[in-house]
Design a protein around this ligand. Structure first.
Ligand SMILES: *[C@@H]1O[C@H](CO)[C@@H](O)[C@H](O)[C@H]1NC(C)=O
Ligand SMILES: *[C@@H]1O[C@H](CO)[C@@H](O)[C@H](O)[C@H]1NC(C)=O
Ligand SMILES: *[C@@H]1O[C@H](CO)[C@@H](O)[C@H](O)[C@H]1NC(C)=O
Ligand SMILES: *[C@@H]1O[C@H](CO)[C@@H](O)[C@H](O)[C@H]1NC(C)=O
Length: 484
């Protein structure tokens, strides 16, 4: 009798532990980049609930924002935090600086119920060609200092340093010819040897969209995963999509340095939905869904058959309306969710959760918009539009955007409304010298959405609490059975 009771108790206890942990344990290699250069910011706790609701348990952020890290506390998510390039010089110059950085931004959170910081990204694409080498010399010294600081804090075995590189760090006409850019040869030798001795992966950002956008000769179907009339033959290997070709170019470059087995993580990959002709919902869905199924099929690539990237972080979770549009108008439209946490297109992340789920409990401002009055005298409007659109985001109005083609008055209204929402619907912000008026009729047309701002929202991490509560009840039940 006692024996079977003990067995029951053990079974219950094991089941409870496994089940309660299953909420936390990472299930797959699909993660997201969570950037916060936003005009209408969801509260970090709403974003964390959005992640949880979609079973996304791997998150990459670009700094160590205390608000974001605060919201990630207790989630168990695997987090990669970033160090901006501008901080590398200081961190390369002294271990006092790196000690302080680690203490403030890592150690503080690596406590029970804290944040599971698995990676620290040292710089973000610091070798990008367009930076003309300005950060290059700081990377290895910063890496060495930070590694020392992590070791001092007893974290070096757990939190790994990585350096996310843009795919422009290597080049080749065919994947098998892949090699790092000649001027990076020495740094890459040091970097890869460091990563290898530390058990860190090589992190690379791969963007077939940018290849297509920047090159009118690029065969469109090669950017996607649905088969191509432009397959690339490389000796015995054939490439059917740009992602695999690019990935294997890196594998070949690593091979040449003697690190052909080094694990690779895709730090950023994605497709924007607006702001350019090829940036649209259909293309973004085809690319992202194709990529996820491709990676999860475990087929791998010709140079790494059966061995896909260890993790991929989609770029990006949310649209960021305050990003620089230097790269192009699409830069503010990379999200799989719009700024307010609404899924832009049906997408299965392969995390066993069906299609994307929207953010819950988002608090919008009232359903009100600011539009242009039907007045003939529009003198002075150009200046208003310029000012409105330099503060707010009007990128969808341009060629290739979802609001291009809504006419002169539509253009004016769109600019007015974007500004008005940015000002939290302050009625004076819709004046524009008497040219603007407030309406409760949604002026959106077709795919062109006139937004309503958000107030920020409050929500709690109630799901996890509920799970633990039920776990405790079951444990108590087990004890009760045992005592009986
Ligand atoms: C990280 O730590 C450094 C050094 O203490 C500090 O200056 C910085 O503001 C911290 N936060 C972020 C987001 O980097
Ligand atoms: C969407 O982008 C794809 C990929 O570049 C392009 O072929 C297609 O024409 C675009 N669709 C629209 C409606 O512009
Ligand atoms: C609306 O604005 C966009 C962006 O400035 C411009 O390309 C387009 O020609 C404008 N349309 C009209 C009808 O003025
Ligand atoms: C969020 O919560 C705070 C404090 O509980 C409250 O002051 C604030 O009004 C709430 N905001 C919203 C949008 O509900």
């Amino acid at each position: 009798m006692a024996k079977s009771k003990a067995a029951v108790v053990t079974a219950v206890a094991v089941a409870v532990v496994v089940w309660s942990l299953s909420a936390i344990v990472v299930e797959s290699g699909i993660g997201v980049n969570w950037g916060t250069i936003s005009l209408h910011k969801l509260s970090p706790s709403t974003v964390v609930d959005l992640l949880r609701g979609n079973r996304i348990h791997k998150v990459k952020i670009f700094d160590a924002d205390p608000e974001v890290l605060g919201a990630l506390m207790g989630t168990g998510f695997e987090v990669m935090i970033g160090i901006p390039n501008e901080m590398l010089a200081a961190l390369s110059s002294s271990t006092d600086a790196s000690d302080l950085w680690v203490r403030h931004n890592v150690s503080t959170y690596m406590v029970k119920g804290g944040v599971n910081i698995r990676y620290v990204a040292v710089g973000n694409e610091p070798f990008l060609s367009s930076y003309s080498g300005q950060f290059q010399s700081y990377v290895i010294p910063a890496l060495m200092n930070l590694q020392q600081s992590l070791a001092k804090a007893n974290l070096a075995g757990f939190t790994k340093l990585v350096v996310p590189c843009n795919a422009d760090a290597y080049e080749a006409s065919l994947p098998s010819q892949g090699a790092f850019r000649p001027e990076l040869a020495q740094i890459m030798t040091q970097l890869v040897s460091f990563l290898n001795s530390n058990g860190s992966p090589f992190v690379v950002n791969i963007y077939p969209f940018l290849s297509l956008y920047g090159n009118s000769d690029f065969p469109q179907d090669y950017a996607f995963f649905e088969g191509t009339n432009h397959a690339v033959t490389d000796g015995a290997n054939v490439y059917y999509n740009a992602f695999d070709g690019n990935y294997d170019t890196l594998v070949a470059a690593l091979n040449k340095m003697g690190y052909g087995q080094m694990p690779i993580v895709i730090g950023e990959v994605g497709w924007p939905t607006d702001g350019a002709v090829s940036a649209n919902l259909t293309a973004a869905r085809a690319f992202t869904q194709g990529l996820i199924y491709h990676v999860l099929s475990n087929k791998g690539t010709p140079l790494r058959p059966g061995n896909p990237p260890m993790d991929i972080y989609l770029f990006s979770l949310l649209d960021e309306g305050a990003k620089s549009i230097l790269p192009g108008n699409f830069e503010r439209h990379w999200g799989i969710f719009s700024f307010d946490g609404q899924a832009k297109y049906p997408l299965n992340l392969g995390l066993g959760n069906g299609l994307l789920k929207n953010a819950k409990d988002v608090q919008y401002l009232p359903s009100r918009w600011c539009v242009a009055k039907s007045s003939n005298d529009l003198s002075g409007v150009v200046n208003h539009i310029r000012i409105a659109c330099s503060a707010a985001d009007c990128t969808t109005l341009n060629y290739g955007g979802s609001c291009n083609g809504i006419g002169t008055k539509g253009n004016i209204s769109y600019a007015f409304n974007s500004y008005y929402q940015l000002q939290k619907q302050d009625s004076q912000s819709c004046d524009f010298d008497g040219l603007g008026m407030i309406t409760s009729l949604d002026p959106s047309v077709g795919d062109c959405r006139f937004l309503v701002g958000i107030t920020g929202s409050n929500s709690s991490s109630s799901t996890l609490c509920r799970r633990w509560f039920i776990a405790w009840l079951l444990i108590l039940l087990g004890v009760w059975i045992f005592v009986m």
